[in-house]
Design a protein around this ligand. Structure first.
Ligand code: BGC
Length: 815
């Protein structure tokens, strides 16, 4: 048996429930290593260990009852604002409070673990699931996630940060390998998880589907055992993403506790055999069983009396209003009483407030912008302006537009509710461009030409190109603001709430400006992160690329003044922290909140670094005219980089710039600090990113960054040699049967969901099905289409049609 030489050693783990674990048979221990069904961890009845119910996540509960099998079927729940929105609050208290409300719903529904937050970095604006993620910045993503976790867990429910790690795209998420250099991995992609684990004290964590540098995250000893447990001291339970198991025995050895969902007992048997064959130490199963038992025995009991759905709706509205980001305001906002207002845009009546996929909430109630305006007694006229999702003739479309245009000239103010339609972005597929639908762009430009007070309210899961931004008076970004997005928007538009959100991601002028645009989403099997550390504003600032709205940007109906910067020390040793204090004054006539941001720039020149990096922030509420002294502590890590040579964090000696800013481009105060640190060695880093229009990083440069040869491109599989690790999509060029299944599945999914094929949930399920390796069929069918049947299908796809069919038929109903 291999000797475990890692920082993590399961032999040294003290079992919390040794008395129970020793009563378990080998088979019982192995059975605890996988789910009972889609949503339950198993219990052991004879020993009084209850089952644990887990449920999506992350911004509300998608709890499915026994017969609710489809994505869009679940019990009613509050749809809170999604991560794209909550991150813009930069307010840990607000996010924690939201987490508490969500945790309360979980307790009332008997849910023991909420599958969230999602905290993957928004590496590229086109990732279809960015709406479920917080930010392009690891500091902000980590703090927001930790706050949500603290909130959810306050009442005893477990949270489950996901997807660990580098699940930064949906394209081929089940099999692609994220190829990332060690420094970017540590500083950008792992850092938020580190915060979630250390500060949020998450009870569980979910691995990603993809591979990381060639190894599946569900069986990656580096991330699971070494880093998560060995370095960060995580004591909770790890689970796979749904169907992410590749090699179960390798997974257990690497630190993967529970396979989700059930694979019909198939993999439990493999664990038992591996122990019997001496390939797996039984102690690994003891430790896993102990973790499952601990979660089961320490979860709160279901609260029978239920929760106050009305109060939760109000909480969702309040939170969303405090997350809205005022991107531009030339005076049209806030609206004044009695103004003649025209509202344009179908989204004002049918709001876009959440994304599709596993996070899809069956919301208790939905309040649109029009509903909320009426409820607040604001008089308005309405024009749909553009069609949403439905196919419409050019003639009808142009009539809608002309009608809105003709009306716009007659009103004092025009509010256009615009944004990304649901079919543009969802779990399961990425956006194909960063634009709004062309009819919306055309409409907004035409309205702006006839009315000087056009206000655009923007909904969507991420950054968008806004070609008309200079022509309109005001722009308010609400993201996907949850079930009461209408109420929240009206609160901000009318000035009842003074906007205080700031962008958690950059809005570039055009997609081609993004640092990852050359490499995203990669080739079928490889996604190369050639931009390394230079994600989002780290790149734009360093390369001098202008963006439409920078990271950290957001306006208010009042103004703030920053002054009197003071650093607690001017000389610092490696390992010390420093306090940054300054005075913040509300210089306007309304109460409001400002998010003050602290960035650090390494000027030492010892290693390549982004121009500035966010290392601290504080949201400060001030009455009109009030001023406060604000202190932000920069911990030792704020001055350190990951040295791949030393395998540790290290500071550089020399000057660091410290900036107090209202956005990453709007530095209000700055000073320098002198660091003294022992001499460290950093891996070389090329300077390609410093040119404003970088040539793609060459193979040689990327190989230097990775400190290894590049992973060769894998050819498409050949018919006759297809394996269970290939997908229908991979096989389609050579297999008529694969092509038939792809076509048939599209219709079958739409029929079973009673929805059109381009419904985002249908699209998502289809995309996932055709790009997933064949082995995951047993997961998607919950073990009904067992491994042997998958082998039969494989035979058919490889050309032995009848032999394969026979194998499928012969194994129906078997385990
Ligand atoms: C998603 C997870 C989700 C799980 C259960 C997966 O497809 O990636 O985020 O929690 O399904 O629905």
């Amino acid at each position: 048996m291999e000797k475990d030489t890692s920082k993590y050693d399961h032999a040294r783990i003290a079992l919390k429930h040794a008395d129970i674990v020793q009563k378990l048979t080998l088979e019982e221990k192995a059975s605890l290593c996988s789910g009972r069904d889609m949503w339950h961890f198993k219990g052991i009845e004879r020993l009084g260990i209850p089952e644990v119910m887990v449920t999506d996540g992350p911004h509300g509960l998608r709890k499915q009852e026994e017969k609710q099998l489809l994505l869009n079927q679940s019990v009613k729940a509050t749809c809170f604002p999604t991560a794209v929105t909550t991150a813009c609050s930069w307010d840990e208290d607000l996010i924690e409070e939201l987490g508490k409300t969500l945790g309360e719903e979980a307790i009332c529904e008997g849910v023991r673990v909420v599958l969230g937050p999602g905290l993957n970095i928004k590496r590229d604006p086109l990732c279809g699931r960015n709406f479920e993620y917080f930010s392009e910045d690891p500091y902000l993503a980590g703090k927001a996630a930790a706050a949500l976790i603290r909130g959810i867990q306050a009442g005893g429910t477990g949270a489950c940060p996901k997807h660990f790690c580098c699940n930064n795209q949906e394209y081929y998420r089940m099999s692609i390998s994220a190829e990332v250099d060690e420094r970017a991995l540590r500083e950008i992609y792992l850092a938020p998880f580190e915060t979630a684990v250390k500060e949020g004290k998450a009870r569980t964590i979910m691995c990603a589907y993809n591979k990381l540098n060639g190894t599946y995250c569900s069986e990656n000893p580096l991330t699971l055992n070494e880093i998560l447990r060995g370095e960060w001291g995580f004591e909770g339970l790890t689970m796979t993403d749904w169907g992410a198991t590749a090699d179960r025995v390798a997974g257990a050895k690497a630190g993967m506790d529970v396979e989700m969902p059930s694979s019909g007992g198939m993999n439990d048997k493999k664990l038992v055999s591996a122990v019997k064959a001496g390939e797996l130490d039984e102690r690994v199963l003891d430790v896993i069983a102990d973790r499952v038992i601990d979660l089961a025995l320490t979860s709160p009991e279901r609260r029978e009396e239920g929760y106050d759905a009305e109060a939760h709706d109000k909480a969702a509205r309040k939170a969303a209003a405090n997350c809205a980001v005022l991107l531009k305001n030339a005076g049209a906002l806030p609206l004044s009483e009695g103004e003649k207002v025209l509202v344009v845009g179908e989204m004002a009546a049918k709001p876009r407030f959440q994304g599709a996929g596993s996070s899809f909430i069956n919301a208790h109630k939905i309040t649109s912008l029009l509903d909320a305006l009426s409820q607040e007694g604001v008089t308005y006229a309405y024009e749909p302006g553009y069609p949403l999702e439905k196919r419409m003739s050019e003639k009808k479309r142009s009539k809608l537009l002309s009608q809105a245009e003709a009306q716009a000239a007659k009103y004092e103010k025009v509010i256009v509710m615009a944004g990304l339609p649901a079919s543009f972005e969802a779990e399961g597929f990425d956006r194909s461009h960063m634009r709004l639908p062309k009819e919306q762009n055309e409409l907004i430009a035409r309205l702006a030409a006839v009315n000087k007070n056009v206000v655009v309210v923007l909904a969507g899961g991420g950054a968008m190109e806004l070609p008309w931004a200079d022509a309109v008076n005001a722009v308010l970004f609400i993201g996907l603001a949850g079930q009461n997005s209408g109420g929240a928007s009206v609160d901000v538009l009318t000035g009842k709430v003074n906007p205080s959100g700031k962008l958690a991601e950059s809005f570039p002028f055009k997609y081609e400006d993004c640092p990852s645009a050359h490499y995203f989403p990669g080739k079928r099997y490889l996604s190369e992160y050639r931009e390394s550390l230079f994600v989002g504003y780290r790149y734009y600032l360093s390369a001098g690329v202008k963006v439409r709205y920078p990271f950290g940007h957001g306006l208010s109906y009042t103004t703030f003044q920053y002054s009197d910067l003071l650093l607690s020390k001017k000389k610092l040793k490696e390992g010390e922290s420093v306090e940054v204090s300054f005075t913040l004054k509300n210089t306007g006539h309304r109460a409001g909140a400002e998010v003050a941001q602290v960035y650090v720039g390494d000027l030492t020149g010892e290693t390549a670094c982004p121009a500035l990096e966010l290392k601290g922030s504080k949201k400060v509420f001030l009455e009109a005219g009030e001023e406060k002294r604000v202190t932000v502590t920069l911990p030792p890590r704020a001055f350190m980089h990951w040295s791949s040579v030393e395998g540790d964090w290290a500071a550089c000696s020399g000057a660091y710039r410290i900036c107090v800013a209202a956005s990453c481009e709007d530095v209000r105060l700055s000073d320098e600090i002198e660091m003294s640190a022992p001499a460290h060695k950093f891996a070389p880093c090329s300077g390609w990113y410093l040119s404003p229009s970088p040539e793609p990083v060459t193979n040689e440069e990327f190989s230097d960054l990775l400190r290894r040869p590049l992973t060769p491109e894998k050819p498409l599989p050949q018919k006759g040699a297809f394996t269970v690790n290939d997908s229908f999509n991979d096989m389609a060029p050579q297999s008529g049967l694969a092509r038939f299944i792809i076509r048939f599945a599209r219709r079958a999914i739409a029929l079973s969901m009673h929805a059109p094929a381009d419904d985002p949930n249908c699209k998502m399920m289809h995309e996932v099905m055709i790009t997933s390796p064949l082995r995951s069929l047993s997961f998607s069918s919950q073990g009904m289409f067992n491994e042997k049947m998958a082998d039969g299908l494989l035979l058919m796809l490889n050309g032995s049609f009848f032999k394969g069919l026979g194998k499928i038929i012969g194994n129906i109903g078997k385990k």
